[in-house]
Design a protein around this ligand. Structure first.
Ligand code: WT7
Length: 661
């Protein structure tokens, strides 16, 4: 019987699983850390041995950061779904793998045990095979947060197809670019998705994305909202019909395809400081070992804990800590379709109470937004099941940290502040719940296997303190198992983006502080990447989208501090279009048109919060935009703009300051 019989279902089983590599004390952390740095191969070998392999690896690690080349467990054969599903069946088949809570609290939740999930993944893997998907093919997944999304990606992994999940907030144009970059031949989508009070017509967006596309052969459509969709003969098929065919064929148990340790598991597109998003590629074995290890240690997961990560599977957090980390650990992962404020701001607390959630992992932006509703929505919910809280995605301000600690954790739950990136696959710097000390605003200690250093602009390690702290650009000196392996179709881009700024170092793009004890505090991006509500957006990407708008001559985008989103997007735009006469009046209609263009080109998540029309941008004689000045004005600074003498036309600065929004 499941320990608390929480859901009125009596045949659920408790989890029988132990994690021999789970760190239990501060001393053990220090010992594990030392071992991982002194003898990384020995350290990761022992952890990797606890997984199911079809063939053991020949070489634990081979690497250089010059090419770059990173290979873990080379020669090993495995399938990640055997580790996430099959290996739990015998003892834990009736343990809940996924608990799913719908957008609308009046709709019934779903509980999917390991046995059921295994069957569903096998069936859908057969659907993929029936539709011609083969090992190595790229499958784009554009779905809402329903269990079928997890099933779809696991089914891809089962047959060795490479999934590329695209977040539901991206536009047709963004999808089209990603389809083309990955040369994807298959799409899995839904008719629509529920998100708060909205219905998002996913299939219609896919149809737009497919105009002119030459690579996609099949689109599999899962029913969720049952909005009307156009199903094109020969190309589009219904998920449910395809499952029925598999059932009637009696083809149900797809053997897991044998994968090389280094075979790509997935592509996930993310923004950088220049141009179009890049397809970050993660490998099979290293990613599996690392997400499992960090899941078990950072959150101190105990068998039968209910783990609730509020992220969307469209982002790396969802890949690693809704799907692969928890499932490879035999854990119970709670997946939520909706948003924190629908139908009211008590939604998270309601879910925690309903399912007796033990671990909550969310973003500072969500905490700040919920803080704004006061304690009313928290009050009537029993949150006593919570043991551990976590944050991810951006630096957490102290006010939000204390609110989370006092009102949600009731001062008895450790808060893990987990710093990592799409490229790192799993948590890199974080305290371990209840094991290593936490500190508001600090991510604290690196994970075992992660050697983090701070360097100056020339790449020299910072050895002098400023006001008692080391300050510099955050780099990693050696590979960890979930290091990104390449950027899809363009290895050189991977090298120049991450491994060329400083010789022999992986550069994160973040700035950080370090104290005498070796604990880190992340201060934010030092490149032209914005972090808006925990979503990563490149300034160049937004500028390109704005510049597509007829009448826009040029634009410059910077971030500014935003109370809830962390960072807001501030755009300076030179506009001379025929509708531009009103730009020095209100310009409101033109602003709306520009927002519409950005929504079309990238998606609503990239819409600027403020648009200021200007007649010129502050440029140096060599034509470089001085963003430093624009950032200061966006922050509300009107004097102390620094040296403007190198500007081609210092006069534009006065105009910009006068027109500040
Ligand atoms: C960037 C990576 C990691 C999953 C979600 C975001 C920022 C992430 C923290 C944190 C301060 C953080 C960094 C990083 N970031 N976590 N705990 N404290 N900053 O993944 O979209 O790849 O963004 O998010 O700036 O570089 P991502």
């Amino acid at each position: 019987m499941f320990k608390k019989c929480k859901f009125g279902i009596s045949n659920l089983q408790p989890l029988h699983m132990n994690y021999p590599y789970q760190i239990k004390s501060l001393e053990q952390y220090h010992a594990a850390y030392k071992k991982s740095i002194d003898t990384p191969e020995l350290f990761w070998n022992e952890i990797a041995e606890t997984f199911i392999w079809q063939k053991k690896w020949d070489k634990t690690l081979d690497w250089n950061f010059k090419d770059p080349k990173v290979e873990w467990f080379k020669g090993g054969k495995l399938n990640i779904t055997e580790n996430c599903l099959d290996r739990h069946l015998e003892k834990n088949g009736n343990t809940p793998a996924i608990i799913w809570e719908p957008n609308d609290p009046l709709e019934h939740h779903r509980i999917i045990t390991y046995k059921q999930l295994h069957l569903k993944v096998c069936q859908f893997a057969q659907v993929l095979i029936n539709n011609g998907v083969q090992k190595g093919d790229r499958v784009c997944v554009y779905m809402g947060m329903i269990p079928e999304l997890a099933i779809a990606i696991l089914a891809c992994a089962r047959i060795g197809a490479i999934h590329s999940v695209i977040f539901g907030g991206f536009s047709a144009q963004s999808i089209s670019d990603r389809l083309e970059d990955a040369k994807a031949e298959f799409i899995i989508t839904c008719d629509g998705a529920y998100r708060g009070a909205k219905d998002i017509p996913l299939k219609a967006v896919i149809d737009d994305a497919l105009i002119g596309n030459k690579t996609v052969k099949k689109v599999i459509v899962c029913t969720r909202t049952r909005t009307a969709v156009s199903m094109i003969k020969g190309r589009d098929v219904w998920w449910e019909d395809e499952i029925k065919k598999v059932e009637s064929q009696g083809l149900e148990l797809v053997t897991a395809v044998s994968m090389d340790a280094e075979d790509p598991l997935f592509i996930l597109y993310t923004s950088g400081s220049t141009g179009k998003p890049k397809g970050v590629v993660h490998s099979t074995a290293g990613y599996m070992v690392y997400t499992n290890y960090t899941f078990v240690n950072v959150f101190q997961y105990q068998p039968n804990d209910i783990f609730f990560c509020t992220a969307d599977i469209g982002w790396i957090t969802g890949h690693s800590y809704i799907v692969y980390g928890p499932l490879s650990a035999g854990g119970t992962s709670l997946m939520f379709e909706g948003i924190p404020t629908f139908p009211d701001a008590g939604r998270f607390w309601d879910i925690i109470d309903k399912f007796k959630v033990n671990i909550l992992y969310t973003a500072p932006t969500a905490i700040r937004s919920l803080m704004g509703f006061g304690l009313g929505p928290v009050k009537d919910h029993d949150l006593s099941s919570l043991k551990v809280l976590g944050t991810v995605g951006e630096p957490i301000n102290e006010e939000a940290w204390h609110w989370y600690d006092e009102n949600i954790g009731k001062k008895k739950c450790p808060i893990v502040d987990t710093w990592w990136q799409t490229e790192t696959g799993g948590v890199m710097i974080s305290n371990m719940a209840g094991i290593t000390p936490g500190k508001p605003g600090w991510a604290t200690y690196p994970m075992p296997g992660v050697k983090a250093i701070l360097v100056d602009d020339k790449g020299n390690e910072i050895t002098e303190k400023e006001d008692g702290l080391y300050r510099g650009n955050l780099c990693i000196t050696q590979p960890w198992p979930a290091t990104l392996r390449t950027t899809y179709g363009d290895h050189e881009r991977c090298r120049t983006n991450y491994f060329a700024t400083y010789e022999n170092l992986y550069f994160t793009g973040d700035g950080a502080l370090k104290n005498e004890d070796g604990q880190f505090r992340i201060t934010g991006r030092v490149d032209d990447v914005l972090n808006v509500s925990g979503h990563r957006i490149g300034t160049a990407e937004v500028e390109n989208a704005i510049n597509m708008h007829a009448g826009v001559v040029e634009s410059a985008v910077v971030g500014y501090p935003h109370d809830i989103k962390g960072q807001g997007i501030y755009a300076y735009v030179i506009y001379t279009g025929s509708h531009g006469q009103d730009t020095h009046g209100t310009g409101d209609m033109v602003r709306k048109d520009i927002l519409q263009t950005v929504t079309r080109i990238i998606g609503p998540i990239a819409k600027p919060d403020k648009i200021q029309f200007v007649s010129g941008l502050p440029k140096t004689r060599s034509g470089k935009i001085m963003r430093r000045i624009l950032r200061k004005v966006a922050e509300g600074e009107t004097s102390n703009l620094g040296d403007t003498s190198t500007l081609l036309d210092p006069g534009v600065v006065d105009e910009i300051v006068k027109g500040m929004l």
